[in-house]
Design a protein around this ligand. Structure first.
Ligand code: UD1
Length: 371
C-alpha cells in the first residue's frame, strides 16, 4: 500500500514550490502517492491556472475555492473546508510549503487531528511580526513534525525556538528546483510583450523589472506614493516593466496613483505566468521587488535585486547572493539603483544545495521517514 502525502497549495508562491515535489513523488518514490489540495486562496486566471499549466502541476484532486477575505475569514474558511477532506482521505501526512495563510490553516487542522505535518521552507525568519507571513512561519514550524530547510540560518532559528534537531533536515530550495527545471522554457520578452500589450520601445536596450504587493508597501497611501515616485524617478534612467498584483492595482486605484505610471518609460502589465516572469527576470538589468521568492530567484540567476523591504527572512540572498535591502526610503532606493548602474551590483554565488535537487532529497528522506 502506498502512503498518501496530502500536498497543499493556495497562493501563487506555493505553486512553484509544490511542482517539483509532486514530480519527485511520482518519479522517485514507490512508497508515496501525492494528493493535491488547492485551497483557492488565489483564484484569478493570472494568479492560478497559467501556473498549473506552465509548471506541469497535476489538476488538484480538490479545490476548496476559499477566495479572498480578511486574514481571519480566509484562514477560517480554509480550515472549515479542509477538515472534511482530511477526514475523508486520511493521508499519512500533510505537506505544506512556504508561509501563506493556507499554509498555517491546513497545518493547524492536521496537527489537531494528529496527522503528521511536513513543512517545506521551514525556519525562515524576518523577526518582524507585523508581517502576516512571519506569524504563519513561526506557528507552522511549531506544529510541524518534520521541517525541511532551504538555508543553514533556518536551522539556527528553529533550534533557538526549541524545535528538536532530529525534526530538521537541510535539503535546499525547491523553488530553485523549479527555476532550473524551467530556465530553457522561459518565454522571451518579445513574445510576452506581443502577447500582453504593445511594448515595442522596451525591446531596445536594458530594463528593470518591478514587482510589489506587500501590505506594508501598498496599503499605506504615503508609502505607496513615495515608492511610485521612486519608480518614476528610476525610470528616467532605466525603462521599467511592472506586472501589477491585484492587491497593488486596487490600492493604486483607491489612492488615485495609476496616472503616475502612465509614463513612456514604465510598462504596466497584468500579473504574468511563471514562464513569462522568468523570461523577464533572467534578462533584466536589475529587479526591484518586495517579494520573498524573487529575492531567491534573482540570487540563483545572478541578477541584481533591490529589495523594497526593511528586512528579509532569506538572509543568504544578502550574504551570498545579489540582494540588497533598501526599504521604502527614496534615497536608499536611488543609491542602490545608481550602484547597480555603475558597478553592475554584487556578483554573488549560488547558495549550497540550490542545485535543482531539493525535491528529490525531500522525497528520498520521506520514503524512509514514513515507515
Ligand atoms: C498572498 C500571501 C503572500 C504572498 C502573495 C503572493 C498571505 C498572508 N499572503 O498575499 O505571502 O507573497 O500571496 O502573491 O497568505 N486577489 C485577486 N485575485 C486573486 C487573489 C487575490 O484579485 O486570485 C486580490 C483580492 O483583492 C485580495 C488581495 O488580492 O483581497 C490579496 O490576496 P490575498 O490572497 O489575501 O493575499 P496576497 O496579497 O495575494
Amino acid at each position: 500500500m502506498k502512503h498518501k502525502i496530502m500536498c497543499i497549495v493556495g497562493a501563487r508562491p506555493n505553486f512553484t514550490k509544490i511542482a517539483p515535489i509532486m514530480r519527485a513523488i511520482k518519479n522517485h518514490s514507490s512508497r508515496l502517492e501525492g494528493y493535491l489540495v488547492h485551497t483557492g486562496q488565489h483564484y484569478d486566471e493570472a494568479m492560478k491556472h497559467s501556473f498549473f499549466e506552465q509548471l506541469g502541476i497535476p489538476e488538484p484532486d480538490v479545490d476548496l475555492e476559499v477566495g479572498s477575505g480578511s486574514h481571519a475569514v480566509q484562514t477560517a474558511e480554509v480550515m472549515k473546508r479542509f477538515e472534511p477532506i482530511l477526514d475523508q482521505e486520511n493521508p499519512s501526512a500533510v505537506l505544506v510549503v512556504g508561509d501563506v495563510n493556507s499554509t498555517i490553516a491546513c497545518a493547524l487542522v492536521a496537527a489537531k487531528k494528529q496527522i503528521p505535518v511536513i513543512h517545506v521552507e521551514a525556519g525562515l525568519r524576518s523577526f518582524d511580526r507585523t508581517m502576516p507571513e512571519e506569524i504563519n512561519r513561526v506557528l507552522t514550524d511549531q506544529i510541524s513534525n518534520l521541517l525541511f530547510t532551504t538555508e543553514r540560518s533556518a536551522h539556527e532559528n528553529l533550534a533557538r525556538e526549541g524545535i528538536a534537531e532530529d525534526k530538521i533536515c537541510f535539503v535546499g530550495n525547491v523553488m530553485i528546483d523549479t527555476l532550473l527545471h524551467n530556465l530553457t522554457k522561459a518565454i522571451p520578452i518579445e513574445k510576452t510583450l506581443a502577447e500582453v500589450r504593445d511594448g515595442e520601445g522596451f525591446l531596445q536596450g536594458e530594463y528593470g523589472l518591478v514587482t510589489m504587493h506587500r501590505p506594508a508597501n501598498v496599503d499605506d497611501e504615503t508609502i505607496l506614493t513615495s515608492l511610485i515616485n521612486s519608480l518614476v524617478d528610476v525610470s528616467k534612467e532605466l525603462p521599467l516593466i511592472f506586472p501589477v498584483h491585484p492587491r497593488t492595482k486596487g490600492q493604486m486605484e483607491k489612492f488615485g496613483l495609476l496616472h503616475k505610471l502612465e509614463n513612456e518609460n514604465i510598462l504596466v502589465l497584468p500579473p504574468l505566468g511563471y514562464l513569462h516572469l522568468l523570461g523577464l527576470m533572467k534578462n533584466a538589468k536589475l529587479v526591484l521587488t518586495d517579494s520573498g521568492g524573487i529575492q531567491e530567484e534573482t540570487t540563483a540567476l545572478g541578477v541584481p535585486c533591490i529589495t523594497l523591504r526593511e528586512n528579509t527572512e532569506r538572509p543568504i540572498t544578502i550574504t551570498e547572493g545579489t540582494n540588497v535591502i533598501v526599504g521604502s526610503d527614496p534615497k536608499k532606493i536611488k543609491a542602490a539603483f545608481s550602484d547597480v548602474m555603475q558597478t553592475d551590483g554584487k556578483a554573488g554565488r549560488i547558495p549550497e544545495y540550490w542545485d535543482g535537487k531539493a525535491a528529490e532529497r525531500i522525497v528520498e528522506f520521506l520514503d524512509k521517514w514514513i515507515e
